[in-house]
Ligand binder design. Structure first.
Ligand SMILES: [Zn+2]
Length: 245
């Protein structure tokens, strides 16, 4: 039976530690908790890594985090050979914050790219040093121009925040969804919108990922490459740092 996990990262992406209770350890040694700070792989953002510390001080290395049968069920995958906690045990969670923060910066940069490049999205992957987004577009676009548009939004230091809306409001405004093939999770009655700029003046789109608080926190980024993937598909690669000359 799938058991929902309270996703603490959804309300506060900056939470790096928490205490939780083990509610299940399955026959493959995967750990379910009542609550967690570990983001589970979803929407192109990889799951968190980190540690789970038992009461006796021993640490269980978490290799990755994934969702179960439903997106509400979060499964912690321990490193091979790790000791396993007991059901009912209290553990202290700690994510690899440096890695997650880079993913948050990159994920936010992906939102900015969808503003700089307003075409339907056909695929995306967030990485620690590089991210990519595939757009359904036939136009040729100059990467220096896109980089300049991205950096303008970074330097403006716009706020980034989440807002919950009723699913019906999204149905009434389908243009909010930029992804061509992926529909935001529905059925819960509420959709999480990630907004950029005062009163979402820059952008808003449904997203369950983790983001930084302001666009300034993204830091220097650039478009490393734009690849042609078919007549109507362009793959953009975002990298950290200023453009390499
Ligand atoms: Zn997002």
């Amino acid at each position: 039976m799938a058991q929902p996990t309270e996703a603490l990262f959804r309300e506060d992406a900056y939470l790096t530690e928490a205490q939780a209770t083990v509610i299940d350890v399955n026959d493959r040694g995967r750990i379910m908790l009542d609550r967690t700070v570990f983001y589970a792989t979803s929407g192109g953002q990889p799951g968190d890594t980190g540690t789970m510390t038992r009461a006796d001080g021993t640490k269980i290395l978490i290799a990755t985090t994934v969702t179960g049968d439903s997106k509400d069920e979060i499964i912690h995958v321990p490193a091979e050979g790790a000791a396993l906690p007991d059901v009912g045990e209290t553990v202290t969670l700690s994510i690899d914050w440096e890695r997650r923060h880079n993913l948050m910066r990159m994920h936010t940069a992906c939102h900015l790219l969808t503003v700089a490049c307003p075409f339907p999205i056909t695929g995306a992957a967030v990485g620690e040093t590089e991210s990519r987004i595939d757009f359904d577009m036939a136009e040729t676009i100059d990467k220096a121009e896109v980089t300049a548009a991205l950096m303008q939004m970074v330097e403006a230091d716009h706020p980034v925040y989440a807002q919950w809306i009723e699913e019906a409001a999204l149905d009434a405004n389908p243009r909010l969804v930029k992804s061509k093939n992926v529909r935001p999770p529905s059925g819960t009655g509420r959709i999480r919108l990630v907004c950029i700029g005062d009163e979402a003046s820059i952008d808003s789109q449904p997203c369950g990922g983790t983001h930084v608080k302001t666009t300034g926190e993204v830091g220097a980024i650039h478009i490393g490459k734009i690849e042609k993937k078919g007549r109507e598909n362009r793959r953009f690669r975002i990298r950290f740092g200023p453009p390499q000359l």
